[in-house]
Design a binder for this molecule. Structure first.
Ligand code: ADP
Ligand code: MG
Length: 346
């Protein structure tokens, strides 16, 4: 008899996980993270922040300097890659060009010495599962980008992993294909019910895909949460700036973040005062962006003009701008609701 598993047991748990390559600052600095089963988790952050190192330690392609990695409560920190229950999907799918789709999928079973009939049967089942059974004999060059991605997925799934690891799988694709492929990845993840951990430097990609976003900076985790929360309530100046769409401002109430689409641009009021929720600014840039107009502004008020965070961006809908256009050099009043501003850690 098997006992039911604890409902709270995560797919992956990282405990004080650290990687040092040399004597300098660690590439991954004692991070703690729980990734729920069946979730789509994106590790997000600028180049060099430690995303790939974290993923490679989970995969077993890189040793941990210290700390632990648990997969469904099993400590896998020192296990070889092949016995961890993880599988990796690489950039641009990395299919073998000279092998058919079927042989690409069967490849790891061949390495394990599984006989041809058996490995082809298993690979064929997986290709059926990703709706590619009818194209099993084609070479990668005879398949579309979307079909190649499904073959790569089937190839990763043949070892029956509990967790699929993806390191920038879409970043070498052209923008059109990238958006198509990410929708497919998301669909397959939900359909398979597997845990995906996907590394990307694109906040747009992470927001489109993730149930949970993990924002990293300098080997540390800055924020963990669903995209909506991370976007609307970035905890730090770094996250606000990295996610974009935010102004980071010094106000009498402290350093705050305010979304660019939550600031109203008003004609300059008589005897305007500056407070935590409004200020005077001069328009320095007007960019037409289609559905909206992006205004660049600089502080004009005496109280704030000495501040180092003088640049402000405001998104005005195309209709609102048409109803009340503003010109370069014009001085205006900016205002936002008190709850549009949230405190940021420096
Ligand atoms: P990311 O994937 O977020 O771009 P990486 O995890 O690849 O970042 O790298 C994190 C840091 O570790 C960077 O400073 C990088 O230069 C360093 N690093 C990565 N791999 C190695 C390695 N094999 N040897 C030495 N330093 C490395
Ligand atoms: Mg990387």
């Amino acid at each position: 008899m098997t006992l039911p598993e604890a409902p709270t047991s995560p797919a992956i748990e990282l405990i004080a996980l650290t990687k040092r390559y040399g004597t300098g600052a660690p590439a991954v600095d004692s991070i703690n993270l729980r990734i729920e089963r069946g979730s789509y988790c994106c590790l997000l952050g600028p180049s060099g922040c430690g995303k790939s190192t974290t993923l490679r330690m989970i995969a077993g392609h890189e040793s941990a300097t210290s700390g632990d990695i648990l997969l469904e409560n099993r400590n896998i920190t020192d296990l070889p890659a092949a016995s961890r229950g993880t599988a990796m999907m690489f950039q641009s799918f990395a299919l073998f060009p000279h092998l058919s789709a079927l042989d690409n999928v069967a490849f790891s079973l061949k390495m394990k010495g599984v006989d041809k009939a058996q490995r082809h049967a298993r690979a064929g089942e997986l290709l059926e599962r990703v709706a590619m059974g009818h194209l099993a004999e084609r070479k990668p060059s005879e398949l579309s980008g979307g079909q190649q991605q499904r073959v790569a997925l089937a190839r990763a799934l043949i070892t029956q992993p509990r967790v699929l690891l993806l390191d920038e799988p879409l970043s070498a694709l052209d923008p059109f294909l990238r958006i198509q492929m990410r929708a497919e990845l998301r669909r397959w993840q939900k359909e398979l019910g597997l845990t995906f951990i996907h590394v990307t430097h694109s906040q747009e990609e992470a927001m489109a895909l993730a149930d949970t976003m993990v924002v990293m900076n300098h080997g540390l985790i800055e924020q963990v949460g669903p995209p909506h929360t991370v976007y609307n309530r970035p905890v730090s100046e770094f996250v606000a700036r990295f996610m974009g769409g935010h102004n980071v401002m010094d106000t009498p109430a402290g350093k705050v973040g305010v979304r660019t689409d939550q600031i109203a641009v008003l004609p300059l009021a008589q005897a305007a005062t500056e407070s935590a929720t409004n200020r005077r600014a001069v328009i320095t840039d007007v960019e037409y962006q289609g559905t909206y107009v992006l205004l660049g502004l600089q502080n004009a008020g005496a109280a704030i003009s000495a501040s180092t965070t003088a640049e402000i961006s405001v998104m005005v809908s195309e209709a609102a701008f048409a109803a009340q256009p503003f010109a370069l050099g014009e001085e205006v009043q900016l205002a936002w609701a008190p709850d549009a501003a949230h405190a940021l850690a420096a």
